[in-house]
Design a protein around this ligand. Sequence first.
Ligand SMILES: [Zn+2]
Length: 196
Amino acid sequence: MSKFHAAYYHPKFLALESGAVALYFYGLSYVADKETDGFISKQQVPVLGMMFGVSSVKSIRLASILVERNLWELLNYGYQIHDYLDYNKSALQLKTLRAKTAKRVSLFRNTELMNFIKNRDRDLCQYCGVSVVWGTHGQNGGTFDHLDPNGLNTANNLVVACRACNSSKNDGCSVSSRVTREMISDLYLKIKDSVL
Ligand SMILES: [Zn+2]
């Protein structure tokens, strides 16, 4: 239970003393900031309590109320916000997303590389052969696909793909989708010597 918008009427919060509510929300803010996957160490609890003016003894008592209410779970070295990862991205997911965004941004700053790939692939989707239209969001909109999603922005890892093929690949269902593993490995071979 860590969806802010549902908190005001959620039964777990009903008649909960204000200190416990404060600790819960300070805790949520802390785990989001530090990306701890919802974990709060025992040492951190008094630090959070201090932020809204309660003593360490009181903050530990408030923590036990949150455990009783099933809002926090008691672990060996601290507390876990109940169901945190059901509603929030994990630290690893956030890291992956940030890396993906950084990679996309750096590709779109590299006009030379983008033009090289567009010319090499003659603006054709390398999976289905459709002529892509750059700057549109339709099925045949032009995108750059990383053969190895975790690989770098290099000419031998990037191909032109239509949006339909690119998104079917990102679904991860490469067996049934329009982009098969065989197509990807054929493309690896085709462009392996492609350097800028
Ligand atoms: Zn395609």
